[in-house]
Design a protein around this ligand. Structure first.
Ligand code: ADP
Length: 274
């Protein structure tokens, strides 16, 4: 356990919701997922089966199938409606309640599944509860394989975090460091970064990760394919072990399983359409 955190639970149980009656009581009813044409009062079990959601881990909470059911602050629910969204996507429905419990998540889902808001919104709520000082460094760190993805994540954070006055800075290579360092010096809640550039800036001692308590690895499989594992491990060493870690990946090969085993504690695994 190179991360110094103690072992993961040994009592994890597999809960396949693909037709598994005992997983959840079918008397639990939720609002339906309108955009899939499902009726408005479907059971949890049929929601999961219909959306090909399966979960692994102990005591996994039921999916939240409407924005109202999330209990998110009203300004955030309003943003969702204003964006024209009718319901949470399956990855959001299942990862929001897990993330809101403060638990580690590994989610296996394809791109375009809505995973960005899947981790950003619980991150916003985490941030609100923390009341940390942005001048001392970010509370949320998102690692992304490419500049393109990093800027997309930042755009989503800015759009949905505006009403909650959340600040987000993006750090990536192939651009001068000066403006990125200036943004950091103004204080920041969320940093979205590619591993190479973040490491450079950490080596310059221009950023502290000592306040990070919500760590996201987005497209983890792609980051490993691109050879970022040494940088990721170096970065994570600077993040306190008292944190929540969320990892998103499209595939689940051995290398990704290994880094998940090293960085996550007692995680819930959420699978969409696999
Ligand atoms: P990815 O899973 O590839 O990260 P994104 O999170 O970028 O996918 O989401 C893809 C697109 O879907 C984005 O434009 C995002 O704003 C939009 N989106 C996110 N959540 C919802 C939702 N609940 N309903 C409809 N569209 C959504």
């Amino acid at each position: 356990d190179p991360d110094g955190r103690h072992s993961r639970g040994s009592n994890s149980k597999v809960t396949s919701l693909k037709g598994d009656q005992n997983a959840r009581s079918s008397s639990d009813h939720h609002e339906g997922y309108d955009s899939l044409g499902v009726g408005t009062d479907i059971s949890q079990e049929s929601y999961c089966r219909h959306n090909e959601i399966s979960v692994m881990g102990g005591d996994v909470p039921a999916p939240l199938t409407s924005f109202e059911a999330t209990g998110f602050p009203s300004e955030i629910v309003r943003e969702m409606h204003q964006a024209g969204f009718s319901a949470p996507t399956p990855i959001q429905a299942q990862s929001w309640p897990v993330a809101l419990q403060g638990r580690d998540i590994v989610a296996i889902a394809k791109t375009g599944s809505g995973k960005t808001l899947g981790y950003l919104i619980p991150g916003f709520i985490h941030l609100k509860n923390r009341r940390s000082n942005p001048q001392l460094g970010p509370t949320i760190l998102v690692l992304s394989p490419t500049r393109e993805l990093a800027t997309q994540i930042q755009a989503e954070a800015v759009k949905f975090g505006k009403s909650s006055r959340i600040s987000c800075t993006c750090l990536y290579g192939g651009a001068p460091k000066g403006p990125q360092l200036r943004e950091l010096s103004r204080g920041v809640d969320i940093v979205v970064a590619t591993p190479g550039r973040l490491n450079d800036i950490l080596e310059m001692r221009r950023l502290s990760l000592g306040q990070v308590s919500y760590l996201v690895l987005d497209e983890a499989d792609r980051m490993l394919d691109m050879g970022f594992e040494p940088q990721i491990r170096k970065i994570v060493k600077e993040v306190p072990t008292q944190r929540q870690t969320l990892m998103y990946t499209a595939t689940w090969p051995k290398g990704v399983r290994k880094i998940a085993a090293d960085l996550l504690v007692n995680s819930v695994q959420v699978n969409i359409g696999n």
